[in-house]
Design a protein around this ligand. Structure first.
Ligand SMILES: [Zn+2]
Length: 161
């Protein structure tokens, strides 16, 4: 078993309902495995969570009438308060695994050498960045940038609150 698989197996996985798009991006940025999509509400969400042993995150008050597996009802409409609730209720921790996952499709990113992304990123990015990764599913290329530093700062603030 690789270190990666071990980390994945030990990590809490989530299934988020379709009202939680903003929160999902933040959780993925923090490295968590979160499934999300238009089919994930009501019984679709329950089925998917059960199939992959995921903790349900929901804003749907009616979900508990549908006999879901373990779930967390998020009290706020705002992603920062939602993250704070998860830190409190699930003892979420972030650190080493920031930005290892595609924000759009949840796949783990793979490192790419600089020369292989020359035609995939804007010229100023190519000339100013040295480290690149990409999503094997949607082929988006990622690189460390100021928005990542801002997200890290925001996550640390939320974790410390
Ligand atoms: Zn992707």
């Amino acid at each position: 078993m690789s270190i990666l698989e071990f980390t994945e197996g030990a990590e809490r996985k989530f299934a988020a309902d379709r009202m939680l798009g903003r929160l999902v991006k933040w959780l993925r940025a923090a490295g968590f495995d979160v499934i999300y999509g238009p089919h994930l509400s009501g019984y679709g969400l329950i089925r998917a969570a059960r199939a992959e042993n995921r903790l349900i995150l929901t804003r749907d008050r009616g979900l508990k009438q549908k006999q879901p597996p373990e779930f967390i009802f998020l009290e706020s409409d705002f992603y920062d308060a939602q993250l704070r609730q998860l830190v409190r209720d699930c003892r979420l921790k972030w650190g080493e695994r920031l930005f290892c996952r595609c924000l759009v499709c949840n796949f783990l990113l793979q490192a790419r050498s600089k020369t292989t992304v020359e035609n995939l990123v804007p010229p100023y990015v190519y000339s100013s960045q040295e480290r690149f990764s990409w999503c094997p599913k949607c082929r988006r290329v990622y690189w460390p940038a100021t928005h990542q530093q801002k997200m890290v700062a925001a996550l640390e603030k939320i974790a410390a609150a």
